[in-house]
Each structure stands twice: as structure tokens, then as C-alpha cells.
Design a protein around this ligand. Structure first.
Ligand code: KIV
Length: 264
């Protein structure tokens, strides 16, 4: 059996130019499938508020929802590194972030993901100091959908791009071990990836990030209105495991994402 994936392995993959595959999963069965497909990272995303619970945003998701689904994934997944989203308003103070991160780590997460840039750095530093690996998330940050005015591409204007680059450097300096870049121009994702040392994981951010993440329901063709950056891997497979493997292969071979999957 393969060894569990660690933050050191992910960092080494970035340094060796090997692409990292990330998929969301929310239960033991799909956690096992991701594990069987040799996918490096499972994201227990707060996207579960939309794809499992049927809400139109991630805002209603609670910390107990995230702990419940993390425990289920952890029971099924043996090797992937498990990153769990801290949901909306669960990290608005450092003390609250500590308590909520503790419950997710105790449920089986190996790392927690938080949306935000420089304002979040003291919280990131405190979590890392206390032994909690942190994945940061910039670009389209779905918990801020009301502030952003919708699920839109971010970082198109030069001043927005400069601010995002500064945020990326700040979260790395604060101790984040991974950075998700969502729905940003591919040139900006490349600039950020080239400007920091930790792995970047893109979604709708082009081909030049250190890895890719897709929401499971999107890659399995279960989304009736898929975004431009999504690919349905069931089209080239006759099983769920086959679709997970096809996605992993396409990321490793750098055939996904192709230019038609870019946000801008
Ligand atoms: O919640 C989620 O699934 C995510 C990904 C879209 C990156 O944050």
C-alpha cells in the first residue's frame, strides 16, 4: 500500500515539477475512490453546501457539517492528504479559528483551508505555530460572493492582480503550505506560482499552477450548468473510479486544463 501523502511530499512534487491532483469528496465511499485513484489531496470543500445541501452559496455551511463530512472522508481515504474548508465566519477571530480548526483536525483533517489574504496572516501564523497546516485561498473566494457581486473571474485589473500577488506572498510568509487560486487569469496564476515557493492549486486558473482541483460533481458530469473551466471525465470512462483516474492522468500529463478551460 502507498504511504500517506504529507505536506513534504506535496512540496517535493512542486519542486520536481510533478503536478498535484486534488478532488473534493464528502463521504467515505468517494474518499476511498480518490484514494484508490492515487489522487494526492482530497478537499472536503464547503462546496458541499451547494452540491450536497442544495443551497445557492456556501454561506449556510456550519463547522459541525464540515467535521461530520471530514470524519466520513477520513474513514474511507487511506493515503490522500485531507484538506478541510473552514466555513463562513468560523475564523473571524483568532480564538474562534483555533477552536474550530481543532474540531476539524480531530475529525480527521490534515490541513484547514481559509479564504483571504493579508488580513488573515496573523490567524494563519497562529494556526501553523500550534501545529495546524493551512491552505490559503485567493481569487474567487466563494464565502465573499455577496461582496464580490457574484461568482466572477477575479484579478483582471492590474491593481487587483498586484494586490493578489501581494496577498499570495503574505500568506506564504505567514506559513501557509498550499494556496488555492480560483477563477483568475492564467497569466496571473503563473506569475503568482513563479513568485512563491509553496504549491499553488488552480481551479479555473490555467495550466501553470502546481496542481489542479475540481469539485467531484463537476468532473463526474453531475452539474447541469458546468463552468467553462470544468471537464466531464465520465465521457472517457465507464466507471466512477475510471473517471477519477482519467482526471488524475490528465492533470499529471498536463492535458487538463487545456486552453478552452481557461477563465480569461
Ligand atoms: O469548497 C470547495 O470545493 C472549494 C474548491 C472549489 C476550491 O473551495
Amino acid at each position: 500500500m502507498s504511504r500517506p501523502v504529507s505536506i513534504h511530499k506535496l512540496q517535493a512534487m512542486r519542486e520536481n515539477g510533478e503536478k498535484i491532483t486534488v478532488v473534493t469528496a464528502y463521504d467515505a465511499t468517494f474518499g476511498r475512490l480518490a484514494s484508490d485513484a492515487d489522487i494526492e489531496v482530497i478537499l472536503v470543500g464547503d462546496s458541499l453546501g451547494m452540491v450536497l445541501q442544495g443551497h445557492d452559496s456556501t454561506l449556510p455551511v456550519s463547522i459541525s457539517d464540515m467535521a461530520y463530512h471530514t470524519a466520513a472522508v477520513s474513514n474511507g481515504a487511506s493515503t490522500p492528504f485531507i484538506v478541510t474548508d473552514m466555513p463562513f465566519m468560523s475564523y473571524h477571530s483568532e480564538a474562534q479559528a483555533m477552536d474550530n480548526a481543532a474540531s476539524l483536525m480531530q475529525a480527521g483533517a490534515h490541513c484547514v483551508k481559509l479564504e483571504g489574504g493579508q488580513w488573515l496572516c496573523p490567524t494563519i501564523a497562529k494556526l501553523v505555530e500550534r501545529g495546524v497546516p493551512v491552505c490559503a485561498h485567493l481569487g474567487l473566494t466563494p464565502q465573499s460572493v455577496n461582496q464580490l457581486g457574484g461568482f466572477k473571474v477575479q484579478g483582471r485589473l492590474p491593481e487587483q492582480a498586484a494586490a493578489m500577488l501581494a496577498d499570495a506572498k503574505a500568506v506564504e510568509a505567514a506559513g501557509a503550505c498550499l494556496l488555492v487560486l480560483e477563477c483568475i487569469p492564467s497569466a496571473l496564476a503563473k506569475l503568482i506560482t513563479d513568485s512563491i515557493s509553496i504549491p499553488t492549486i488552480g481551479i479555473g486558473a490555467g495550466a501553470d499552477t502546481s496542481g489542479q482541483v475540481l469539485v467531484m460533481h463537476d468532473l463526474l458530469g453531475l452539474n447541469p450548468r458546468p463552468a467553462r473551466f470544468v471537464k466531464n471525465f465520465m465521457h472517457e470512462s465507464d466507471s466512477l473510479l475510471g473517471a477519477f483516474c482519467a482526471y488524475r492522468e490528465a492533470v499529471r500529463a498536463k492535458t487538463f486544463p487545456a486552453s478552452e478551460h481557461e477563465s480569461a
